[in-house]
Write a protein that binds this ligand. Structure first.
Ligand SMILES: Cc1cc2nc3c(=O)[nH]c(=O)nc-3n(C[C@H](O)[C@H](O)[C@H](O)COP(=O)(O)OP(=O)(O)OC[C@H]3O[C@@H](n4cnc5c(N)ncnc54)[C@H](O)[C@@H]3O)c2cc1C
Length: 568
């Protein structure tokens, strides 16, 4: 990738890109990649880091959305199941099949949810019983039967369930297990997509920390947050991919739009080995008595709990509340009553806002997760057409991006030249097709580097076939870091040089899972900061400012006290 300075210069040299995308969440990134592959000169900007909005707050599920069947949204679920399968197949190092288990406490409850919803009479759904869940799973399997990417569902009686999951509440009647996908690091998928776009097209320009400030006539003003410089662009088409901030970005361009209904969702991550063992490597997905969904999710060796669904007006500054934490703990107690959970086990929390299509009233869980492109034609105040990407799910980003890219291409009078359906992403290119090939690849890397097998396998798990680049470029810097033995300086340096890390938090919160998995201690923070400072050329003052910024973000957005390290 060109340097940031070169890319900013490219904007000044060509201030009239075909498409300017505002917002580098997964939908902006997906559209950027799609348009880059069509050969267009396309610019992607974000006011913050890549994948730092709603896209960093997901439940990490790559899923069809079994519960949306009840809303009659068969097309939405069918598309999402296809996209789920696509990601499991095309992104094997970052998306894995995920057994998902429903603990079931009722037999017939919830039967009326779907007809009441259909008649518009459903305020809050009631807890689904065995029959409704069984029907849902039969439909869900039907969508995926041809592709056979994941196995069909299984139903178990109480005895078999308690044998398999001995910590389960003995009041359970059944359990049912079906398959979806899990993405332990959505942020890494996002950055791999950006790198693919740039590799495919040198006129594709991504820039983080560049907000849209205002727009009128043909002029769109953006600002480089690093230098403070403002740049005026004249794109032929503008894609507003600002997620929960879509209406706010349209307002900056003089347009009042009522596109978004925002709902907040929070998660917490626990270090609780007993709970992790109880769920095995499965997600537990269940409902509160009022029909609200809770998930207990295996995140590497930790457990993630989510999520709430609460209407909010302001998408900024959302943070987990005491009420949400209490609610999650109560829910764990409902399913695993003997496992103690408490606040000292919390290693990370995060919250985000779903950019759902505007609706008034009704239960938040019932708002459609469908996606749509709203077109504002060029008009009085702005001479540029604006396509707003409203709604959607992480899982369906490819399909949504294709739809958005097609609309942009139509505005430009151009045709699609390539589909993204058949493309592997990032380190999944040339991925071994079977365990024998994988073994051969790993053996070769172990032989050609001085690294232990465990380390090579860990690199392969995160970076797929891009591991070869890390081994080739940093072969002399791959010794384990004293404070983080699963990391090396070489790996961090590879990220810092190729993935637009501007701030310490970009590295710790998004390019890696260091914070999420509770790996930041005073020692590791010091070691990581020193590496960043030497690679990115930070002065002593900049180093101190970066640590302070990271610690403030952790406290404010994640409600965590920081690792007590003050750079000397
Ligand atoms: C709690 C929660 C759980 C979820 N769980 C799942 C799940 O398990 N599976 C799933 O498939 N989906 C899930 N989703 C849905 C999914 O995460 C979102 O639909 C998706 O991430 C939306 O992406 P986006 O790109 O539209 O928005 P965002 O990711 O929010 O991106 C918008 C970007 O616009 C930027 N921006 C704002 N203003 C400006 C400006 N003036 N200039 C430049 N940039 C600007 C922001 O910084 C932000 O990065 C979940 C969502 C939430 C909130």
């Amino acid at each position: 990738m060109k340097t940031r300075a070169e890319r900013l210069q490219a904007l000044k040299d060509n201030p009239c890109p075909s498409v300017l995308i505002v917002g580098a969440g997964i939908n902006g990134i997906g559209t950027f990649r799609d348009l880059a592959l069509q050969g267009l000169d396309v610019v992607l900007i974000d006011r913050g880091d890549y994948c730092s909005g709603a896209s960093a707050a997901s439940s990490h599920m790559v899923h069809g959305g079994i519960r949306y069947l009840e809303n009659g949204e068969f097309n939405l679920v069918k598309e999402a199941v296809q996209e789920r399968n696509h990601l499991i197949e095309r992104l094997p190092h970052l998306v894995k099949p995920l057994p998902t288990t429903f603990p079931i406490f009722k037999r017939f409850s919830g039967l009326l949810n779907a007809p009441l919803k259909f008649l518009g009479l459903l305020d809050k759904p009631s807890e689904r019983g065995a029959l409704v869940i069984k029907l849902g799973m039969i439909f869900y399997d039907a969508f995926t039967r041809k592709q056979k990417t994941v196995p069909p569902h299984q139903f178990r009686n109480r005895k078999d369930s308690l044998e398999l999951y001995p910590e389960l509440n003995p009041e359970i009647l059944y359990t049912a297990t079906y398959y979806d996908g899990s993405m332990p690091s959505p942020e890494r998928i996002a950055v791999e997509l950006i790198k693919d776009a740039v590799d495919a097209n040198e006129n594709a320009v991504p820039l983080n920390y560049v907000p849209l400030i205002s727009a009128s006539g043909w002029d769109v003003t953006v600002k480089d947050e690093v230098s403070g410089e403002e740049i005026t662009l004249h794109p032929k088409v503008l894609v507003n991919a600002a997620g929960p901030w879509i209406d706010l970005v349209n307002r900056k361009m003089g347009r009042e739009t009522p596109f978004i209904s925002a709902t907040k969702g929070s998660h917490l991550i626990l270090d609780n080995p007993r709970l992790k063992e109880a769920i095995r490597d499965e997600e537990f997905f269940f409902e509160n008595k009022d029909g609200r969904i809770v998930l207990i999710f295996p995140l590497m060796d930790k457990v993630m709990i989510g999520t709430s669904d609460l209407r909010v007006d302001d998408p900024d500054d959302v943070v987990i509340t005491e009420d949400e934490i209490g609610y999650f703990f109560d829910m764990i107690g409902r399913v695993f009553p003997d496992i103690e959970v408490d606040r000292s086990q919390i290693i990370y929390t995060f919250s985000g806002v779903r950019p759902l299509e505007r609706t008034e009233g009704g239960a938040t869980g019932q708002i459609s997760r469908n996606h749509t492109v709203k077109v504002l034609e060029e008009g009085d105040l702005l001479d540029i057409p604006v396509l707003s990407l409203v709604g959607g799910k992480w899982t369906s980003f490819r399909a949504f991006s294709e739809h958005a890219a097609d609309k942009a291409l139509a505005k430009l009078g151009k045709d699609r030249v390539i589909s993204t359906w058949d493309l592997s992403i990032g380190g999944s290119k040339d991925y071994p097709e079977n365990p024998v090939q994988k073994e051969r690849m790993i053996n070769e890397w172990v032989r050609s580097s001085d690294m232990g097998r465990d380390r090579v396998e860990t690199l392969f798990d995160w970076y797929g076939t891009k591991t070869s680049q890390i081994l080739a470029d940093h072969s002399d810097q791959l010794a384990p870091l004293p404070s983080l033995p699963t990391f090396s300086r070489g790996e961090i340096e590879w990220i810092l040089k190729g993935e637009d890390v501007l701030h310490l938090d970009d590295l710790i919160l998004r390019r890696t899972t260091l914070a999420k998995l509770g790996k930041i201690t005073p020692q590791s923070l010091k070691e990581i900061t020193e590496i960043c400072a030497s690679v990115l050329g930070w002065s002593a003052n900049e180093k101190a400012a970066e640590v302070k910024r990271y610690q403030e973000i952790l406290l404010k957005n994640h409600r965590l006290h920081y690792a007590e390290y003050i750079p000397g």
